[in-house]
Write a protein that binds this ligand. Structure first.
Ligand code: NDP
Length: 428
């Protein structure tokens, strides 16, 4: 008990220091442009001492907080009941300074997985989130805001996805969107926009606050994998404009064209990457939040491939392990994604992180596995860097998910969370 108390004391002291900077920054945040910039710099300068204590990275991949002073930060990970999301939660929990909200469609499954991996009960909370239902997304946000751990909110990881590689007819979410884009892009789009203000106004706990949406090599046509047909292409986005509620022949795809399951996945991933770029362009300067996307590598044996044929599921991991060498284990990939939100190396906002070995641009270093730990800011395809398209896609998505004008962008005058955090370690 006394050690918990002293941990609380340390947290309060750290938060007091960082809140002073955050309060000052918040005052200036909605003033003129120059003061916004200096406010952001104040935010990132203020915790430097703290950052040095927490960071001291042994390598860019290191996610361990080591024996340094720990402030418990809250991270939300969607799709944390499986594959990459589950092992990202594990990597953050193993650090010892994160409380992970496992935002999952099946609470029972998430609890089982957490128990299988031996997560300490006080280090995570499972909360229901069905990304194929906008009401569920709003409900999740409401519940999260009323939870004790919301006060230390520092990172949002939008990781969940579905993939129908052989589908030739579309299925739909509760709100009538084609399911792949509805879940993988639109559900996350609503979530990220609703939580933006919470993240912007959360206290500064020593690292830049981060919002990461997982991308994919397959969304980028400047990569080997991205060249495999059907290729990602949002076209004129007439299908998205029409609400993605068409049929097999029309308007179930973003480009308005005939439905092709694997293309819907690649298009959704392209939207994930463009969302990050647009959020960076709209909100980074004002909020100081670091927005990023990433490609974790080919985790060829996760349940993402559950809808593929058994032959594919047998051969694909072998191909990735022994031929392309692009294979990454769930544990390694989870470490990569965790590092993007907690490692001081990855503070470049608007970046699209990738690691050598399969994630690179067309043929460049494709088989280069030398440094698997340190990410580089990868080039997206031409479409993935098209900021006019990013803006248009963002605005269309706002309409699709029915975001209200007062829900768009960070708000001035939002109360900065109080300094006392009663019973933060009170379990889940
Ligand atoms: P998994 O299928 O293992 O995990 C996907 C997660 O998303 C699961 O937790 C799943 O829940 C959840 N999910 C699916 N549908 C919904 C929904 N409607 N609402 C809420 N959650 C949902 O796949 P991966 O771990 O492989 O994929 C994770 C991320 O990594 C994805 O964004 C994917 O695009 C990306 N990625 C994966 C690669 C790979 O090689 N595997 C390569 C590049 C990117 P449940 O457990 O209930 O099924």
């Amino acid at each position: 008990k006394s050690s918990l108390l002293s941990q609380h004391d340390k947290m309060s002291a750290q938060m007091l220091a960082s809140n002073v900077a955050a309060q000052a920054a918040a005052g200036a945040r909605f003033g003129n442009n120059a003061s916004r910039v200096s406010a952001r710099k104040a935010i990132s300068r203020a915790p430097l001492g703290d950052r040095r204590i927490q960071a001291a990275p042994r390598s860019a991949f290191s996610v361990s907080a080591g024996s340094e002073k720990k402030t418990i930060k809250t991270a939300i990970v969607t799709g944390a009941s499986s594959g990459l999301g589950l092992y990202t939660a594990k990597a953050l929990i193993d650090r010892g300074d994160y409380h992970v909200i496992m935002a999952c469609r099946s609470v029972t499954k998430a609890e089982e997985k957490a128990s299988e991996l031996g997560f300490d009960k006080s280090s995570y909370t499972v909360m229901e989130l069905e990304l194929g239902d906008l009401a569920s997304v709003r409900n999740f946000v409401k519940k999260f805001r009323s939870s004790k751990v919301a006060k230390n909110f520092q990172a949002l990881i939008c990781n969940a996805a579905i993939y129908y590689p052989n589908a030739v007819t579309p299925t739909f979410t509760k709100d009538g969107f084609e399911e792949t884009v509805g879940v993988t892009h639109l559900g996350h789009f609503l979530l990220a926009n609703l939580l933006l203000n919470d993240l912007a106004n959360a206290p500064d706990l020593g690292i830049d606050k981060r919002l990461c949406i997982v991308g994919s090599v397959t969304a980028n046509t400047n990569t080997v994998a991205g060249q495999v047909p059907p290729r990602a292409n949002l076209g004129n986005m007439s299908g998205l404009g029409a609400g993605l509620s068409g049929d097999t022949n029309k308007n179930a795809m973003i480009d308005g064209d005939r439905f092709i399951g694997p293309k819907a996945y690649k298009d959704a991933k392209l939207c994930n990457i463009l969302t990050v770029k647009e959020m960076h362009s709209r909100y980074h300067e004002e909020t100081g939040i670091t927005f990023s996307s990433m490609y974790p590598g080919c985790i060829a044996d996760t349940p993402l491939f559950r809808n593929h044929t058994p032959v594919f599921r047998f051969l694909f991991p072998l191909l990735q392990k022994y031929v392309t060498k692009g294979y990454v284990s769930m544990s390694e990939a989870g470490g990569r994604l965790a590092s993007v939100v907690c490692n001081p190396t990855y503070t470049e906002s608007g970046a699209y992180w990738a690691w050598k070995g399969g994630g690179d641009q067309l043929w460049d270093n494709y088989w280069d596995n030398d440094n698997r730990e340190e990410a580089f800011n990868n080039k997206t395809s031409k479409e993935g860097g098209d900021m006019l398209k990013a803006k248009e896609m963002f605005d269309m998505s706002v309409t699709a998910v029915k975001l209200k004008p007062n829900e768009i962008g960070p708000k001035a005058g939002t109360k900065i969370p109080s300094l006392s955090i009663p019973n933060l370690f009170g379990g889940n």
